[in-house]
Structure formats: C-alpha cells, structure tokens
Design a binder for this molecule. Structure first.
Ligand SMILES: [Zn+2]
Length: 99
C-alpha cells in the first residue's frame, strides 16, 4: 500500500514537471508512477536535453550538443563555436495546443 502512495506521489510530481515543461501530464504521470524516482528524474532532465544549445562540427558537419568536447561522429576536438544553433525545443516551435 505504501508503494502505491509513493508511486502516486512520484507520478504526480513527474506529471507536473512534464506539464510545466510543455509535455504531456498523463505521459509523465504514467512514466514516473511506473518507475518512481527514475521517471521523475527523466521528466526533470527531459527539457534540459532539448534546451541545450547545439553546434555543428566544422569537420563533418554533425550537429552535437554544446557540452560535447568531442564530435561523436569523427572525434574532432570542438572548440567553443562561433555560431550556436538553436536548441531542439526552439526549433520545433513553441506553439502547441493546450490540453
Ligand atoms: Zn565531426
């Protein structure tokens, strides 16, 4: 019984976090409820990954996250880029239908 309460609390927290970040409340409620703690962590980390600025590898052109020190495709060392790419979350467009 205690487990259900904990799962529900995590589900609620994960759902709220997911909703605040523009995702689905129900989706993150389910994920966080099914895998308490990890689901909530995923909900919290979710937007960070998508909001991370990106840059393009000057050598092979692969788009990597800004925090990547090495290109994940060709292994090129990446200096701080002259030009940043918009994060994925901005690229998809902020306009979504509420609900
Ligand atoms: Zn590369």
């Amino acid at each position: 019984m205690a487990y259900l309460v904990i799962a529900f609390c995590f589900g609620l927290a994960g759902g709220i976090v997911g909703r605040i970040k523009g995702s689905s409340f129900a989706l993150w409620f389910l994920i966080s409820g099914l895998v308490p703690f990890f689901g909530l962590m995923a909900a919290i980390a979710y937007r960070f990954e998508r909001d991370e600025p990106r840059r393009q590898c000057p050598k092979c052109g692969r788009v990597t996250k800004l925090y990547d020190a090495l290109c994940t495709r060709c292994g090129e060392e990446l200096d701080f880029p002259e030009q940043l790419l918009a994060p994925e979350s901005a690229e998809r467009g902020a306009v979504t239908h509420a609900g």
